[in-house]
Design a protein around this ligand. Structure first.
Ligand code: ADP
Ligand code: MG
Length: 220
């Protein structure tokens, strides 16, 4: 069992829906410890990605690999999102795209994809684990994915393990003191709030798992 370009396309479409559903909640989180634009930022970025997917499909140039899809998302996020999260997520998707550039994506490649995304956020954001950023979700998600892949699990199970760890990672940002991004300006007062980028990243990874499960269900 493996995933393909169509899964990645559905992941992007599902992400756009989920981001829209959670826009106000993400904005509320960012209002508490940032400038209140995180929901709108991601909505703009993912709407642009979906519009671009529609455009290339209409032109008969739909992506043929998951990697091409992630590249398209990366470009959309980097060019349309002004806030910190757009370029960070875009860079993560761009680096992740190179690990899934074949027609089929297996469990080990999914794990590698998540690890590349985590590494990209760490490098680009100069963030470390525990800084109360989206890295606190990418990193545990990648680690859980690696463990599942090493057990020989397929891509759906690997993504489900990643999604569970992602949600835990997002919740664990609550007591942390922010050391990166706008929230760091609040110092101690950033404690007791969830990090918006961590929460949105968990939603995006959950969307990846949900669409993978749907892809397999359709196959069987
Ligand atoms: P901005 O902070 O420019 O308003 P957003 O509100 O869209 O951008 O995104 C804020 C999120 O970006 C934070 O919740 C955090 O997860 C993430 N973030 C900000 N700076 C960094 C960084 N240096 N490294 C990793 N993640 C970061
Ligand atoms: Mg913000």
């Amino acid at each position: 069992m493996s995933l393909d370009a169509e899964w990645a396309i559905q992941w992007v479409r599902r992400s756009a829906v989920v981001v829209q559903e959670h826009r106000d909640a993400l904005t509320a989180l960012d209002t508490a410890i940032g400038d209140g634009d995180h929901g709108a930022n991601l909505e703009r970025g993912y709407n642009a990605a979906v519009a671009r997917l529609d455009e290339v499909a209409a032109a008969g140039q739909a992506p043929t690999t998951a990697g091409e899809v992630l590249q398209l998302v990366a470009t959309s996020l980097i060019t349309t999102v002004g806030g910190a999260a757009g370029p960070l997520l875009g860079t993560a998707m761009l680096r992740a795209s190179h690990t899934v550039d074949g027609a089929q994506v297996d469990g080990a490649q999914v794990a590698q994809m998540l690890q590349e995304a985590a590494d990209a956020v760490r490098l680009r954001g100069r963030a470390e684990a525990g800084d109360k950023t989206m890295l606190d979700v990418w990193q545990p998600a990648a680690a859980a994915a690696r463990q599942a892949a090493d057990r020989g699990e397929g891509p759906v199970e690997v993504l489900q393990a990643a999604a569970t760890a992602a949600h835990e990672g997002a919740q664990e940002t609550l007591p942390l003191k922010a050391r990166k991004g706008r929230a760091s300006f609040l110092g101690e007062r950033s404690r007791g709030h969830l990090d918006p980028g961590a929460c949105s990243t968990a939603l995006l990874i959950q969307a990846a798992a949900d669409t993978a499960l749907a892809a397999v269900d359709q196959e069987s």
